[in-house]
Design a protein around this ligand. Structure first.
Ligand code: PRT
Ligand code: ZN
Length: 283
C-alpha cells in the first residue's frame, strides 16, 4: 500500500484527480473522506491543504505527494521531485504599484515586500545583493501596497489579471512552478513497484496526449512515398482494399504535424482521410 497526499480543495485538486483517473486509478471525488482507498489500485489518498503536503511526505506520513513546486521549495524539506506533472503552471514574481518608476531589481533596496513565500524571496534578494524587508502575509498579498502594508509584493501570478485589477505591474519573474510528484525516497520494494507502475502509466498517458491516429486510402503505387511522410511508431500498417490498386494505411502522428502531413498525403493521392484521438499508447 502506498499513501499519496493530495490537495483537498483548491487549484490542484481537480487536475490531480484527473491525472489519477487518466492512468486508470479510479478516484471518486464526490464521496471522498480525509483518507480514501481506491477500488482498483493499491494506493491510499490523504487529502489536505497544499501547505502541509511537503511536511507529511518528508515525515513519512505519506510516501508520495502532489503539490506545487513553489510549496516544496519554500518549505525546504527533504523530499525528492519524482516527476513534473505539467499542470498548475504559474510563476512567483515581484510586482510594484504601476505609479512607481521601476529601474531594475535595485529599486527594491530598502523597500518592504509582502509575500507568502519568504524563503524563495530571501534567496533571490541575497543573490541580487539587495537589502529589503520581508513582510509575511498568508492571504490576499496583492492588496498590501494599497493598504499601506508594503511597497511591493512577491506573489504567484498566472494570467496576471489579479495584479492588473490591483494596480500592480509584474517586474521580475523569479520562480517558475508547476505541480510535481514528490517522494520521501524511503519506499520499500512493494511501494517502489507501485510507484514504477504509476510512472509507466503516466509516461504512456503523456505520449498519447499529443498523438492522433490517421487512417487513409491510397493508390498502392504511392505507398513508398507515403511511408516517407508517415514514419509512424515502427512503420505504418498497410492493408489492401477490395478495389484493385488501392490500399488503406494506418499510422500515428504528432498532433502538431497533423495538417502538414495531411497536405502532403493529399498531394500523393490520399483519400478518405480519418483522424481519431488516441486514448493510450503503451510504451
Ligand atoms: O487551501 P490550500 O492551502 O490547500 O490552497 P491555497 O489557497 O494555498 O492554494 P491554491 O489552491 O490557490 O493553489 C495551489 C497551487 O496552485 C499553488 O501553490 C500553485 O502551485 C498553483 N497555482 C497555479 C496557483 C495559481 N496558478 C494562481 N493563479 N496558485 C495561486 N494562484 C493565485 C494567484 O496568487 C492570484 O492571486 O490565483 C490568483 C489569480 O491569478 P492570476 O494571475 O491568474 O490573476
Ligand atoms: Zn495553501
Amino acid at each position: 500500500m502506498l499513501r499519496i497526499a493530495l490537495q483537498s480543495k483548491g487549484r490542484l485538486n481537480e487536475d490531480s484527480t484527473a491525472l489519477l483517473n487518466e492512468i486508470g486509478i479510479n478516484v471518486d471525488d464526490s464521496k471522498r473522506s480525509f483518507l480514501a482507498k481506491t477500488p482498483n489500485f493499491p494506493i491510499e489518498l490523504l487529502y489536505m491543504r497544499d501547505d502541509d503536503i511537503p511536511q507529511v511526505v518528508s515525515s513519512g506520513t505519506a510516501s508520495l505527494g502532489i503539490v506545487g513546486l513553489n510549496e516544496v521549495v519554500e518549505k525546504g524539506l527533504k523530499v525528492e521531485i519524482v516527476e513534473r506533472l505539467g499542470f498548475g503552471g504559474c510563476r512567483i514574481s515581484l510586482a510594484v504599484p504601476k505609479s512607481v518608476e521601476y529601474n531594475g531589481p535595485q529599486w527594491f533596496e530598502g523597500k518592504k515586500i509582502a509575500t507568502s513565500y519568504p524563503s524563495i524571496l530571501k534567496k533571490y534578494l541575497e543573490e541580487e545583493g539587495i537589502n529589503a524587508d520581508i513582510e509575511v502575509i498568508t492571504g490576499s498579498v496583492e492588496i498590501a501596497p494599497a493598504a499601506g502594508i508594503a511597497d511591493a509584493i512577491f506573489d504567484i501570478v498566472s494570467s496576471g489579471s489579479t495584479l492588473i485589477s490591483n494596480g500592480l505591474v509584474e517586474v521580475e519573474k523569479v520562480f517558475e512552478s508547476e505541480a510535481v510528484l514528490i517522494s520521501n525516497g524511503h519506499l520499500d520494494s512493494e511501494q517502489q513497484a507501485i510507484l514504477d507502475e504509476m510512472l509507466f502509466r503516466m509516461a504512456s498517458a503523456r505520449v498519447s496526449r499529443d498523438k492522433k491516429y490517421l487512417l487513409l486510402n491510397l493508390p498502392s503505387s504511392a505507398i513508398d512515398e507515403a511511408v516517407k511522410i508517415l514514419p509512424s511508431m515502427r512503420s505504418p500498417t498497410v492493408m489492401p482494399l477490395a478495389a484493385d490498386g488501392w490500399c488503406s494505411m494506418h499510422s500515428v502522428v504528432n498532433n502538431s504535424e497533423l495538417w502538414e502531413k495531411v497536405r502532403q498525403l493529399k498531394a500523393i493521392g490520399a483519400e478518405g482521410i480519418l483522424v481519431l484521438n488516441v486514448d493510450k499508447i503503451i510504451l
